[in-house]
Design a protein around this ligand. Sequence first.
Ligand SMILES: Nc1nc2c(ncn2[C@@H]2O[C@H](COP(=O)(O)OP(=O)(O)O)[C@@H](O)[C@H]2O)c(=O)[nH]1
Ligand SMILES: Nc1ncnc2c1ncn2[C@@H]1O[C@H](COP(=O)(O)OP(=O)(O)O)[C@@H](O)[C@H]1O
Length: 384
Amino acid sequence: MGAEVPEHLLGDFHEYLVLPSNQTSNSISGKIYVIGGPEDRETLSISVKLFDRSTGEWLIPLILGRKPLACNLHSAVPVNDDRILVIKSDSPSYDSLWFLEVDTQFVREQKKVLGTEVVAWSKVVIEGDDALKPVVISGPSGVGKGTLISKLMKEFPSTFGFSVSHTTRKPREKEKNGVHYHFTERSQMEKDIREGRFLESALVHGNLYGTSIEAVEAVTDSGKRCILDIDVQGARSVRSSSLEAIFIFICPPSFEELEKRLRARGTESEEQVQKRLRNARAELEQGKFPGLFDHLLVNDDLETCYTDLKKILSLDGTSDDMLELSAKGIRVPESHSVSARDQKVIIQCGGDEGLARTIYEVDVSSLVGGAPGRTRGPEYKCIS
Ligand SMILES: Nc1nc2c(ncn2[C@@H]2O[C@H](COP(=O)(O)OP(=O)(O)O)[C@@H](O)[C@H]2O)c(=O)[nH]1
Ligand SMILES: Nc1ncnc2c1ncn2[C@@H]1O[C@H](COP(=O)(O)OP(=O)(O)O)[C@@H](O)[C@H]1O
């Protein structure tokens, strides 16, 4: 149905829309985007509709990309004439900023292909500082990588997330698909590798293993620091990739002890044990390769090794709660205001009735990526 809008009001039409507090409207290139309101019931995500001034009609566009979960209140400002920055209040700091792309290259292409009105969501990822670099842990089979990683994840559950690799190896008795590995068919994994979905992959002990881009991004998206348990070949590939990580190699106190642990674990056939021990000699050599690993740790006494690991990661003397509080990102309260100028978005939080006021400046001048994935690049600083 067409909306009756007097001609003289069209220019500022969106400013005359009377909207409930959970909706915002913004105008870009002759279209008014109303964000929020009645939720998309199926996905409980923020809804979008648009008013096309040239036709005078309200439209529900096709919405691409993963959608942000609905929130009580949000603000929205147009940025770069092609997207709207949506700021969700009272959301976790890693989930507060999203872009609704309305006229980016991706959206324009999709409009052409699909022949309909299209918008696309893209979550804003604010890159972590050094303290949040992913952690790559390598070492021969049976050295204790899994044991050390489990201890870390148990003590710091909101700080670390495990990058779940894909493998063509058969699951062990207690292994769960999607938790320990994504167990997959070789042909499917080879296809995904060819299509560029993997950050790295390698043939290890006769099976294919690999880290998908999605596995790492799923962890980063949840605001956690990523841990990768990968072999030395994988570590080398990650070293030469764009992922800046900390590389740690775990050594056994002796070869005999390694063999003892591998057998005591009781998860491998004799043939597999032999294969893993043969490969271990080469891996121990490669682990010492100059410049590949930042740290070498000997896992003799488990508690001592774990304490050393925490020291390397600057975790000694801190707790999961303390780390969560100091996490990067912006947590926006309901009471806030937003404005944009010269590719800078100013978010003013609080300040009511004598409450403390915090002002953030988000620089959106160099954006990377975008829908249908994530947008990286915005930087923010606290200016007051
Ligand atoms: N390159 C690479 N290696 C991996 C990946 N996932 C696991 N690995 C390595 O594959 C090897 C065998 O792993 P697994 O079969 O679980 O045996 P385990 O290490 O003895 O428990 C280990 O060295 C892992 O670090 C991955 O995604 N990429
Ligand atoms: N420091 C240690 N001392 C004795 N046993 C250990 C130590 N670290 C790990 N283990 C045991 O050695 C076996 C292999 O450890 P695991 O974490 O599965 O190794 P990886 O993941 O490197 O293959 C497990 O049974 C584990 O309980």
